[in-house]
Design a protein around this ligand. Sequence first.
Ligand code: SF4
Length: 376
Amino acid sequence: MDENAENHLGAIQIDTFRRALLDWYGEHQRDLPWRRTRDPYAVWVSEIMLQQTRVDQALPYYERFMDRFPTVEHLGKAPLEDVLKAWEGMGYYARARNLHRAARRVVVEYGGRIPEDPARISDLAGIGPYTAAAISSIAFGRDCPVVDGNVVRVLSRLFHLTGNPATSAARKKIDGLAGRLLARGRAGDFNQAMMELGATICTPRQPRCGACPVNPFCEARKTLPDPSVLPRKRPRAQRPHLHVAAAIVQRDDEVLIVRRPTDGLLGGLWEFPGGTVVKQVERETFLSEEMKNTLGIDVRVDHAVATLRHAFTHFEMTLQGYSCSYVEGVACHRDGNVCRWVPFEDLGRFAFPRAYRRLIEAAARLREGRQPDGFA
Ligand code: SF4
């Protein structure tokens, strides 16, 4: 059917399609805080948060973030540490680092006004064509089609597109269809309506075709027993599994934490020292050698705290935390990463990846004499 998609588009009444979609959106859209404003900064923050986070998960983060950094100036002038702390738990921290970097640039180069030109918007850190089109259409009313994962799914089904949308040929076709369907003059509403349809009706599994406002136009519904087979998905590659050991090194009432380099995975976040266990070695032996070689300190490994599993996009991790006692030496990281001794009670002030935050909770329970829940 791919080759006939254009014909199908020509045959449907595009105006009727747009009206049905926009009327439905006007009546059924979810009341979300970023939809109550056209402030480009608010739209930008929400779009970045929603890239890899579900709406219900992002909502409390968005509200706290906007309270803490209500304007692009507030964000651009804040220390990265504060921004990462506000993002803590949402994952994909490159989004926060890029948002912060781009906000600084908006303050310095554009006097705190987000540029209207989509080319200038997409030149900012972390803003790809999708986010630039979303900001341009929603905040500035520009006629730019937005194609996110929801829109890819809706269009694949509406037009019975059988190509893999990860390929450039299939993607080009989808972008072209999005552009032709776009309700010019109401691009912001139209784009949000398409995304809302994908998020609430035309969902990945079990689309609710009976409740779909554009079901008379849908080729997949007409021709397939189950439209959810579209879009065609790539088979998921097996993710590697890493075993990481972490030392909660205690010296009197303080514990040692290390900040990850700013660039790269979980950049700028804090963690307990340790590393990936590559050989079949005892975790205790590995950790005491790692502390000596990486930080120049001697420790005694006392007992296990928790074993936690965590999934990242490209790999899975088993994190084993151990309580250790400081023996001697001055902590200085071999690669220059910042190290700090901080009171255990103050760990909440620092931004940690989610797995390490769970480890801290398990350690806190142990300190209170309770059994941690985190043994996996
Ligand atoms: S009819 Fe069903 S498959 Fe087609 S767009 Fe609507 S929800 Fe999606």
